[in-house]
Design a binder for this molecule. Structure first.
Ligand SMILES: [Zn+2]
Length: 463
């Protein structure tokens, strides 16, 4: 028996188990697990002594090369996947946007073109639907056949992305029939727009008014409505970027009743708060994303939600815009600040540090939140999301003791600031592999644009 690569002496961690084992890799797959695997004729040996060997991270919410408000998110599929890999994330699910009067296929083709020659890690897409006359409902099934079984809908941004309840309900009924999953941006966009217009009329144009005009009640109301519509339609629903306790309570209630309701939160809601928007000058614009930052007390509620499985996933909603020239577009009007922040690189370290490091949950729960459940919910399991014979060799050798201070000076994202500047983490990836290829080793990047594969995903079957 000879292997391409053998990772020796590490502690294998999955969502359920922690045990010492060597991991053998051939032809991009995991081919054996066990102690003392034979080393003869193995091409490469990676010593993981004192380190964890984990499945590669899966970030199910990113926006690379995305047009927004007259500009584009600053990372494309090359720089974005590279930064992701440095942080231990080896699979992304990005969003292909359907615009008015376009077919869903056009959205898919457009985003395939952005990604296919650039991605250094594997990737997949959700399809954002913004225009869904009855004649287009069948196109959802066409997307499922292409390996895109999840659809993102918006209850916010009237006149741009927002769908009315009838359209949302129809999409959910269709999803229920075809094994689709609805991902929901849950905020009451109509009410928020009224509050925003009033703020502007009163001359309140600073960045922090982005947050102050989007109350937690607007998120909670839409979350409850999304769950009710999904229940009537008999469909699963996945609430994206949940930011506050009010919405968390709605998700918990739905799950307590046994409904297939899921939700993700993001590191920014766990580490940052409304206070960050009070930074001097225009600095607050660095934290303009939607839903906005909340009062600090919500953070501990969200951590607890992750621990108790009221929240199932941590994603990033990575959507970077440079402070210079991009965020500055909204200097005199917060509604013109491009919405989004950079986070793709630091999800694993932030959640490990704050979750496992602070004793809030186990290392197994960590793996479940950042890799295994994302794979299960979105049709990638067991190809991705675990360490098992036959799974893709997407692996992270993770050093639980390595410390790092996050900074724009050292990060790999193509953006001129960090939302997490100065935050100290403990726990960093040392070696990151995608289908058996070493992408990252220490500070070295060995990946190449176009190496990443598009992943056709299976339909939703429950978790
Ligand atoms: Zn998003």
């Amino acid at each position: 028996m000879a292997f391409d690569t053998l990772i020796t002496n590490g502690i294998v961690v999955t969502a359920t188990d922690t045990y010492p084992a060597d991991v053998a890799i051939s032809d991009g797959k995991i081919t054996a697990l066990g102690q003392g695997l034979p080393r003869e004729n193995t091409t490469r040996i990676i010593d993981a002594k004192g380190k964890y060997v984990m499945p590669g991270g899966i970030d199910v919410h990113t926006h690379l090369d995305m047009p927004f408000g007259g500009t584009n998110s600053a990372d494309d599929f090359e720089t974005g996947t590279r930064a992701a890999a440095f942080g231990g994330t080896t699979t992304l699910i990005d969003f292909a946007i359907q615009y008015k009067d376009q077919s869903l296929r056009t959205a898919f083709d457009t985003w395939m073109q952005k990604a296919s020659s650039k991605a250094t890690t594997d990737y997949a897409f959700h399809c954002i639907i913004t225009d869904l006359p009855n004649a287009r409902l069948d196109e959802m099934n066409e997307m499922v056949r292409e390996g895109v079984p999840s659809f993102k809908l918006f209850m916010a941004y009237p006149g741009v992305f927002m769908l009315d309840d009838a359209t949302i309900f129809k999409a959910m009924r269709t999803a229920a029939k075809i094994g689709g999953m609805i991902c929901m941006h849950a905020e009451n966009g109509g009410a928020i727009d009224v509050i925003v217009q009033q703020a502007l009329a009163e001359g309140k144009t600073a960045p922090k008014y982005h947050a102050l005009t989007r109350p937690t009640t607007a998120e909670a109301e839409a979350t409850a409505r999304a769950i009710a519509l999904a229940e009537m339609a008999g469909a699963p629903v996945y609430i994206v970027h949940l930011s506050c306790n009010d919405a968390l309570e709605k998700v918990r209630e739905g799950r307590d009743r046994g409904l297939p309701v899921y939700a993700e939160t993001c590191p920014q809601y766990l580490y940052l708060s409304l206070d960050d928007m009070d930074k001097p000058g225009f600095e607050g614009a660095k934290y303009v994303f939607t839903p906005p930052l909340r009062e600090k007390w919500h953070q501990e509620k969200l951590w607890n939600g992750l621990k108790q499985d009221h929240l199932q996933v941590v994603s990033t909603d990575h959507c970077p815009f440079c402070f210079k020239e991009q965020k500055e577009m909204g200097k005199d009007d917060f509604t013109k600040i491009p919405n989004g922040g950079p986070g793709i690189e630091h999800r694993m370290s932030l959640i490990y540090s704050g979750g496992v490091g602070k004793g809030r949950f186990s290392v197994n729960r960590f793996v479940e939140l950042v890799s295994t459940t994302p794979a299960k919910l979105f049709g990638l399991y067991p190809r991705k999301g675990t360490i098992a014979v036959g799974s893709d060799a997407d692996l992270v050798v993770f050093d639980p003791d390595r410390e790092h201070t996050i900074s724009a000076k050292t990060h790999h994202m193509r953006v001129d600031y960090s939302m997490f500047e100065g935050i100290k983490v403990k726990g960093m990836p040392d070696v990151v592999m995608s289908r058996g290829r070493v992408l990252v080793q220490g500070e070295q990047f060995h990946g190449k644009p176009g190496q990443g594969n598009f992943l056709k995903r299976a339909t939703y079957t429950g978790v």
